[in-house]
Design a binder for this molecule. Structure first.
Ligand code: NI
Length: 168
């Protein structure tokens, strides 16, 4: 496994639309393993492949708390089948926009379909933090970042801040 560099704003690669995966094979599992290690190292709770420069519809996630056992989740070609009308506001951050946090409003519950680590199709409901996180990560697959939901002023300020941070 390897820790991969995480791209940060305003890297234009983050605006790319990711392509569906054709087959879940060992090469893809190796990518998912590297992404998971990269996410744990950051540390973060979710990471999309495009954040490490790979335009494939792949997401890794682990919502376990620090003192809990690890609970890695893998999503290949995820789709949202339906989302409920109720919306919730939650504070979001992103490994590609380090040190910036803001409130985003999203549907509180979504129904998902995806392929897991072994290429098996799964359908399930997501709510709470899981629902927020999967919607945030799936936005990455469309080239959308959580700061795109903020005002232009806040977005520009966030990008400037990250640029400074990355430059050091
Ligand atoms: Ni993110």
């Amino acid at each position: 496994m390897a820790i991969l560099p995480i791209l940060t704003v305003p890297n234009p690669v983050l605006k790319q639309v990711s392509k569906p995966v054709e087959v879940v094979d060992d090469a893809l599992r190796a990518l998912m393993d590297d992404m998971l290690e990269t996410m744990y190292d950051a540390p973060g709770i979710g990471l999309a492949a495009i954040q490490v420069g790979v335009a494939k519809q792949v997401i890794v996630m682990d919502l376990a708390r620090e003192n809990e056992e690890k609970e890695p989740r893998f999503f290949v070609n995820p789709q949202i089948l339906s989302s409920n009308d109720e919306r919730v506001e939650g504070e979001e951050g992103c490994l590609s926009v380090p040190d910036v946090f803001d409130i985003v409003e999203r549907p509180s519950k979504v129904r998902l379909r995806y392929l897991d680590y072994n290429g098996v199709q799964v359908e399930e409901e997501a709510e709470g933090l899981y629902a927020v996180c999967i919607q945030h990560e799936m936005d990455h697959l469309k080239g959308v970042l959580f700061i795109d939901y903020l005002s232009r002023l806040k977005r520009d300020r966030a990008v400037t801040r990250v640029k400074k941070l990355v430059r050091g």
